[in-house]
Design a protein around this ligand. Structure first.
Ligand SMILES: [Fe+2]
Ligand SMILES: [Fe+2]
Length: 335
């Protein structure tokens, strides 16, 4: 980039995206003053309701001794917070890169404002983990590979579609779930403030993709939707199963549950019924994941695209189209 190129930066004039930059300031928060870091975190505090964890709704898990449930819940939360703290650092890198590679003034502005948010989120999670005062479980290989692939990209569409559109929509469901179940006031405050910022970031992803779709041919739109709907449907259908169970059984063994493996088979059977119920809720539109709402709002679920991809009758797509109330006009409208 040279000075000459920066002399007359083009603003797309998109009201929604320009408004996000202003909102980044008016909805800002102070990591030192707006949350109370003096609150203690006790070693035996599960920090979230036991029901938060995978398999925690199964009768077998619920019948476990209190200390085992607490240990498993807290270890699970620590693992997720560790993924989130590194995810925030990745997001900060991605935003710094977006600011350097995009030419549109409003897109650059959003990216630098978001980078500041991500730095604060990273710090908040890292400090919270430090206060938990325990070694957290490592992140998994799949997550690491996804984040590495993102960090290696220099293409604005790939960066924004992966970070703001896909990962932040995915993360939004994780944040809302922690927020719903948080018991510790510091955790609740942090996650509430972070979720507020993240909804803005996700908003940018949706608006950017919607604009990109609007400016590209039907063939390009179909190719984009094929790639992303494939990933979205596979993530949304990925419910608690054997891999998550392995981690839970490890935690239960650490807590002194000696028949953990035997209980595991039972939990897996019970969880399958819960999984079926939850998929049914998604396919009736009763509870639609953010990933599918974002896909819909960005225009990926248009009839012509779905027809070409043969997805018109996919139960999760049918559910996403059935759910009322998220056809917010500013997202779909042109600048
Ligand atoms: Fe963040
Ligand atoms: Fe974010």
């Amino acid at each position: 980039m040279r000075t000459r190129e920066l002399l007359k930066l083009h603003n797309t004039g998109h009201q929604g995206i320009n408004a996000l930059f202003a909102k980044a300031h008016s909805a800002d928060w102070d990591i030192e003053r707006d949350v109370d870091w003096s609150l203690p975190i006790d070693a035996d505090d599960p920090l979230v309701d036991h029901e938060w964890g995978a398999f925690a709704k199964t009768p077998t898990f619920q019948a476990l001794p209190e200390n085992a449930k607490t240990h498993a819940t807290r270890r699970g939360l620590g693992r997720i917070l560790n993924i989130l703290q590194v995810g925030e650092s990745v997001a900060q890198d991605v935003c710094a890169k977006i600011a350097l590679v995009v030419r549109e003034e409003d897109y650059r502005n959003h990216a630098v404002a978001q980078a500041m948010d991500e730095a604060r989120h990273h710090l908040a999670y890292r400090r919270f983990i430090e206060k938990m005062n325990e070694e957290v479980e490592d992140i998994d290989m799949g997550t690491e590979m996804t984040l590495d692939a993102l960090l290696a990209s220099n293409d604005p569409l790939t960066l924004i579609a992966t970070e703001q559109f896909f990962l932040e929509s995915l993360a939004m469901s994780i944040f809302e779930r922690i927020q719903r179940h948080a018991r510790h006031p510091l955790l609740k405050d942090i996650i509430t403030l972070i979720t507020r910022d993240e909804s803005r970031h996700m908003g940018f992803g949706i608006l950017y993709v919607a604009e990109w779709m609007r400016r590209h041919s039907h063939e390009d739109q179909v190719a984009f939707a094929r790639q992303w709907l494939g990933q979205i449907l596979s993530i949304v259908s990925d419910q608690p199963g054997p891999i998550m169970l392995t981690r839970l059984l490890q935690r239960l063994q650490e807590a002194g549950v000696d028949n953990a493996h035997q209980l595991g088979d039972q939990m897996l059977r019970e969880q399958r019924e819960i999984n079926t119920r939850e998929i049914t809720q998604a396919s009736t539109g009763e509870r639609v994941p953010h990933l599918l709402k974002s896909a819909r709002r960005a225009g990926l679920l248009k009839p012509a695209i779905l027809e070409e991809l043969g997805l018109q009758k996919h139960p999760l797509i049918v559910g996403a189209l059935r759910s009322p109330g998220d056809t917010e006009a500013p997202v779909a409208s042109a600048p």
